[in-house]
Every structure is written in C-alpha cells, then in structure tokens.
Ligand binder design. Structure first.
Ligand code: HEM
Length: 400
C-alpha cells in the first residue's frame, strides 16, 4: 500500500508540474496589444505561473469573416498568418498530408520542451535519489539488524520449495529485469554522466547497444511476468494470516516468527508490486516500442477527470486532447517513474533473498530449503506439506 500511495503522489506531482491545463485566472486587459499576449503574460510565464492560453489557442481566425471574392486573386481568407500558425501550434488546423503514417498531420507540438526539462531534471534527480536512498537504507538495515539467521538448530533435512520450471521463470524475470534496469538507466542518464566521463564516441556505442538490448530483452521480461503470474497467483491471494504477519512486522525486529503459508504478506506485496507495476511498465513500454500506435493517456486522463480525481488532490483537470507526441512523452515519463519505483522495491527483494536472510537463496538456487528455515518462515506451509505427506506416504502408489 505504501508504494501505491507513492505512485499516486508522483502521478499527482507529475500532472501538476507539466500537464495540468491552465488554471482559471481572470482575463487581463489585452486591448493594448490588440488581443495578443502582453508583457505581463510573458513575465507571468517566466515566473513559472500558469497562463491561460485560450486567448491564443482560440484565436485561429474565422472563415465566415473573410471578405468576399471580388478580385481576380481572391481574398486571403478568414485567417491571418499568425492565426494560421496558432491553429497549427494548438492542433486545431485542418491538415491533409500525403504521408498517411501516424502523427503525420501534427506539424507543431507544444509539449516537447517541458518533457525534455522534466526528463533531464526532476526525473533523474528524484529517480536516482530514490535508488540511492533505498541502497543506503538497506545498508543501514544490515548494519543495525544484521543478517536474519536461522534461529533454531538446523535439521539437515531439505524441503523442495520451487520446481525447476518455477526457478527458470524467476531467473528469466530477474535476469531480464536487471538488464532492462541497467540499459534503461544508461539511456536516461548516459548523456549526463557517461558522456562527460567517457566521451561521445564511446557513449554512442554503449547507447546503441543499450537500446538494442532494452528493446529485445523486454519480450523475455513480459513472457516471464506472465509465467510467474500463472505459477504463483494462487499462493499470493490475501489470507487472514497476512494481517497478523503485517501487525508483527514479519518478526523482523524480534517477537518471534509469525506463521505464514507458502508466501508471507511481505512476499505477497512484492509479488503484486511486480505484477501490477511490471504490467504497467510493459504496457507503456509497448507504447514506446510502437510509436504513435497505442494512445494510453488521453483516455486515462478522461477517466480520471470523470471520477473527479484531480479535484480530490487539488489540481486542475487533466488534459484530454493530446498530440501524438505528447502521448509518447507521457508514456516515456510513466515508464521511467514506475520503473524507478519497481527497481527500489526489487533492491529490497534482492537484499532479503541473498545477504539479508540466511537460507533464503537456496529456495531459488537449488530449489530446496533447510527444514528449520521453512518452519521458522513458512510454518503453515510446512504443516500443509507434512499433512499431505502423511496422507500419501512416500513411495505409496495411490489406489486405482
Ligand atoms: C539477483 C536477484 C534476485 C535474487 C537473489 C532473488 C531471490 C529470490 C528468492 C530467494 C526468492 C524465493 C523466496 C522464498 O523462497 O520465499 C524469490 C522470489 C521472488 N522473486 Fe526474486 N530474486 C532476484 C531478482 C528478482 C527480480 C528482478 C524480480 C522481479 C522483477 C523478482 C521477483 C520475485 C518474485 C515475484 C518472487 C516471489 C515472491 C517473493 O518471494 O517475494 N526477483 N527471489
């Protein structure tokens, strides 16, 4: 739930930074400029205030006011040149293009600069900050809490926890995610950090390779995501034991080991984060992989407006008419933001699945865990297994 709130928060900030359409302001007197923008408009924009642009976006001429065709060369029509440019800029011009590809009729689009600045600025700063802060917290946790050891005496007995195909699914997911994370960060941050360190030539090679890996490995990630969903969803449905587990904080800071089935509540949160955020990253990634073909944001914004979400969090209505390029810009930002959040969650997961907890790695390494580990961390699961074993003793053939 914690992460859901963070995403909503980020989403709110995002929407308010860029994209919220102009807030209601009283129209200033523009008679001195004949209705065009005034020095005050320019200054307000420079101060970072929202300026209602409708006095420009709506001023695109009126065909009905065109002078009649009286002379040989006719009339210039109902729109002046500035009006025509405004219509192009604000997307209301009727354009016919011989190229029938997507976005061919968008001659000017407005959002590119805001997108670029957000991508180069806050996205790198806060996204990178989130990852570093997570690593820092995990290091502090390791120092304070130390490795979570197996408390009881080891039995020497092994219990099968994950079958080979489950481990295969997990490692395809993990391997692809790590590759996608690294190559994604190179694409986002390379200009800022790698070019100054290694120069343009070297970065060019790295960037081309990164893009190739990122585009192609994405399929493995999506496939493995479907695999782990199908394999583990039944074990990750919420159950009553989860409440107790969460109330006891998983026993991480003492207080014994709260009972858990195959997956405890913490793991269920990881599972659902991977499924929900991983799917969202996949869909926005597909929108980037097939430019202009998948428009996600205008319909989503319309839905959010209709349920009144912008009002609830105190921001202006979200824009519902987006140029094809703006759709791509939103997809890129969303893809990166959700990826940052999932990377931070996965850092914590990798920590607890390796150095953070004695005996955990075996579950995905050999597939077999020490019985004492299983009894401490997944007591109800062990009981279930033992009950099943009791019902059909090893070596017994079921009755025909
Ligand atoms: C080097 C990196 C990784 C290590 C060492 C690792 C380790 C593990 C281990 C040991 C388990 C089993 C836990 C148990 O038996 O209870 C597990 C489960 C799981 N892993 Fe990973 N993992 C890694 C990367 C990833 C990545 C990148 C993802 C997803 C993008 C992921 C997703 C999952 C999920 C969904 C589960 C099941 C739920 C859970 O146990 O939390 N893992 N992992």
């Amino acid at each position: 739930m914690h992460y859901v709130r963070i995403i909503l928060g980020i989403f709110a900030v995002l929407a308010s930074v860029n994209f919220a359409s102009a807030q209601e302001t009283s129209q200033p007197d523009r008679s001195a400029t004949g209705g065009a923008q005034t020095l005050e408009d320019i200054m307000a924009r420079q101060r970072g205030e929202q300026v209602d642009n409708s006095f420009r976006s709506d001023a695109t001429g009126d065909p009905d006011s065109a002078a009649g065709i009286a002379q040989q060369l006719g009339t210039l029509g109902g729109a002046s040149d500035p009006e025509l440019w405004r219509a192009l800029r604000f997307g209301s011009a009727k354009i016919t293009a011989t190229n029938s590809g997507p976005a061919a009729t968008t001659l000017i689009q407005d959002g590119g600069m805001k997108w670029l600045q957000f991508r180069e600025g806050p996205l790198i700063k806060y996204g990178g900050g989130l990852l570093l802060a997570t690593l820092g917290l995990l290091a502090i946790f390791l120092l304070l809490r130390g490795r979570i050891r197996i408390d009881g005496e080891k039995t020497g007995n092994k219990i099968e926890r994950f079958k080979a195909f489950e481990r295969f699914g997990h490692w395809v997911l993990a391997g692809s995610f790590i590759l996608l994370g690294i190559t994604g960060l190179v694409s986002l941050m390379g200009r800022k950090f790698l070019i100054p360190a290694f120069g343009h030539e070297a970065f060019s090679t790295v960037a081309i390779a990164s893009k190739w890996i990122h585009n192609n490995v994405s399929w493995a990630f999506m496939l493995a995501l479907v695999m782990i969903f199908v394999m583990w969803v039944m074990h990750n449905l919420p159950s009553r034991t989860d409440i107790n587990w969460l109330l006891k904080g998983g026993g991480i800071f003492g207080g014994g080991h709260p009972p858990a089935k195959k997956f405890n509540a913490g793991q269920k949160l990881i599972f659902w984060s991977v499924i929900v955020l991983g799917s969202s990253i996949s869909v926005s990634g597909l929108a980037l992989l097939f430019p202009f073909e998948i428009n996600l944001f205008a319909p989503t914004f319309a839905k959010l407006n209709s349920i009144g979400l912008p009002g609830l969090i105190g921001i202006a209505e979200l824009p519902t008419t987006l140029a094809p390029h703006e759709e791509m810009q939103y997809s890129q930002l969303w893809h990166a933001i959700v990826s940052f959040v999932l990377m931070a969650i996965i850092f914590a997961h990798i920590y607890i699945g390796s150095v953070g907890m004695e005996g955990a790695y075996d579950a995905m390494g050999s597939g077999e865990v020490e019985e004492q580990w299983a009894r401490e961390h997944h007591s109800l699961w062990v009981e279930e297994l033992k009950a099943k074993e009791g019902a059909t003793p090893k070596g017994a053939t079921p009755a025909e």
